[in-house]
Write a protein that binds this ligand. Structure first.
Ligand code: CMP
Length: 139
């Protein structure tokens, strides 16, 4: 099924200037980047985006990290894009991520794990519309 998912290239990756390398892995996996912009999240935006984690012990550190430098937000489209991208990203913790995944290749830690991807159809819809309007997405 053709799907769309929201990707974020995180501050640890933008500051190391590896967004192009990550995009190549995304495209090599058969996903098309149909929307993309580089921006700096405000604290309010980061808190709202990760609201489902607000009771977790890592929430404050997660928000601080996500606002520490620019991010690149992207809409990815392709066959089963949500699960396909999660496979390309690898496990949240790079220590247990599979060889060849983005996180195994580039992530520094569970916090500085280089990329985010939506985890369900519902969160993909919420997360894409959080950052993009329809006139910013071109398939
Ligand atoms: P992400 O996919 O962006 O979703 C929430 C983020 O919280 C996650 O990636 C991790 O970078 C971060 N995080 C930090 N600690 C943990 C943890 N113990 N479990 C899950 N996510 C964590």
């Amino acid at each position: 099924m053709q799907e769309r998912t929201l990707s974020i290239i995180k501050p640890d990756a933008t500051t190391r200037n590896i967004t192009g390398k990550i995009n190549a892995m995304i495209e090599d996996a058969g996903l098309k980047i149909i929307g993309q912009k580089r921006l700096r999240l405000s604290k309010e935006q980061a808190e709202e985006f990760y609201i489902e984690h607000k009771d977790k012990v890592f929430y404050a550190d997660l928000v601080d990290f996500m606002i520490s430098a620019p991010v690149v937000v992207q809409v990815l489209e392709g066959e089963d894009a949500i699960s396909r991208y999660r496979k390309v990203m690898g496990a949240t913790n790079p220590a247990v991520a599979e060889e060849g995944t983005i996180r195994k290749t580039f992530a520094l830690s569970i916090d500085k794990n280089s990329v985010h991807g939506s985890d369900s159809v519902e969160s993909a819809a919420r997360e894409v519309s959080f950052f993009f309007s329809n006139v910013e997405i071109f398939a």
